[in-house]
Design a protein around this ligand. Structure first.
Ligand SMILES: C[S@@+](CC[C@H](N)C(=O)[O-])C[C@H]1O[C@@H](n2cnc3c(N)ncnc32)[C@H](O)[C@@H]1O
Length: 299
């Protein structure tokens, strides 16, 4: 396994995934009772944007750095309208993470220096009654992850296969669960079999379980079959959100990405409906587009 998320931290795909993740957590927290969040593919937890891999690829320049600009208003290219709530909460969380990581004023430069991955975004959003379990298979990444999560008493990391963890952890004693599945897709389209297998097993064990599955879009044909299979899942509802920063006609690059949301919280589609056009307009490069559709919705 060669994948390192540090090359991609803060790119447009992270923006969609992480904004949605925080929105899902917020929706789960509308009820007082606690829930279990499982992050099946965690990565190292947090990333530096101004050093190493992330600086080399510069992918965050097409993502989070287009949305957060710390220069004085008069030096910014154009003032952006107030973002919708889903994005505002995400931008605030990212901004706060950076400010706390570099508290000595390093964060006053125009660009962010530190960016939280899904484990840290989630851990920082937990209430005392919520729990987070993050899986990571690469020992080096897991070691960094467990250090990153150490200050958060309700969060723990496990050096294990995230798909097997779904089978082991669902249903949780809380009887409320959200599972984020964010694999590296090194197995290309074979990854879909592993994802859908784990989701089917999870739903068989706990029908109300919610899942958020991230996927890349290169060419449309590559994802069409996956989406047909997702629509067939034995869930009450399956929502699709997609963001394309350029047309989906090249197999060589990631032209967009999407989220399949299985049993999403009530009205989560409305939060996404406000956020997606803003992401499309802010992050799009060439003929960008977005899509929000129910693949399945039982009355
Ligand atoms: C896309 S990255 C995760 C990024 C992270 N979710 C975030 O948003 O910050 C995928 C991670 O999954 C890890 N991984 C790959 N296969 C795995 C598996 N079967 N179980 C758990 N982790 C795995 C990789 O080592 C990599 O760190």
């Amino acid at each position: 396994m060669n994948y390192k998320h540090s090359f991609h931290a803060g790119n447009f795909a992270d923006v969609l995934k992480h904004a949605a993740l925080l929105g899902l957590i917020e929706a789960f927290q509308r009820k007082d009772s606690g829930f279990l969040l499982v992050d099946t593919h965690g990565g190292r937890g947090g990333y530096l944007l101004d050093a190493g891999d992330a600086q080399r690829t510069g992918e965050s320049e097409g993502g989070i750095l287009k949305l957060i600009d710390r220069r004085p208003i008069e030096q910014q290219p154009k003032r952006k309208a107030t973002p919708p709530p889903l994005l505002a909460a995400y931008l605030e969380a990212v901004d706060r993470f950076d400010a706390e990581t570099f508290p000595t004023g390093g964060n006053t430069i125009a660009a962010l220096r530190a960016y939280p991955g899904s484990p840290l975004l989630a851990a920082r959003a937990l209430r005392p009654q919520d729990r987070l379990i993050v899986c990571e298979l690469q020992p080096g990444e897991h070691s960094a992850l467990s250090k990153a999560l150490a200050p958060y008493p309700n969060a723990r990391s496990e050096l294990r296969d995230g798909y097997a963890a779904v089978r082991a952890l669902v249903p949780p004693p809380e009887r409320r669960a959200l599972v984020l599945i964010d694999p590296p897709y090194e197995a290309q389209e074979d990854e879909y079999d592993a994802i859908l297998g784990a989701v089917r097993d999870g739903l068989a064990r706990f029908a109300q379980c919610s899942f958020a599955i991230w996927f890349p879009i290169k060419r449309r044909a590559g994802v069409a079959r996956f989406l047909r299979r997702a629509a067939d899942l034995p869930a009450q509802s399956v929502l699709l959100a997609e963001l394309l920063v350029r047309p989906d006609d090249s197999p060589l690059r990631m032209n967009g990405c999407g989220l399949v949301l299985v049993n999403p919280p009530y009205r989560f589609d409305q939060a996404l409906a406000q956020a997606l056009p803003v992401l499309r307009d802010s992050l799009g490069e060439q003929l960008p587009s977005s899509r929000l559709d129910w693949l399945k919705k039982e009355a």
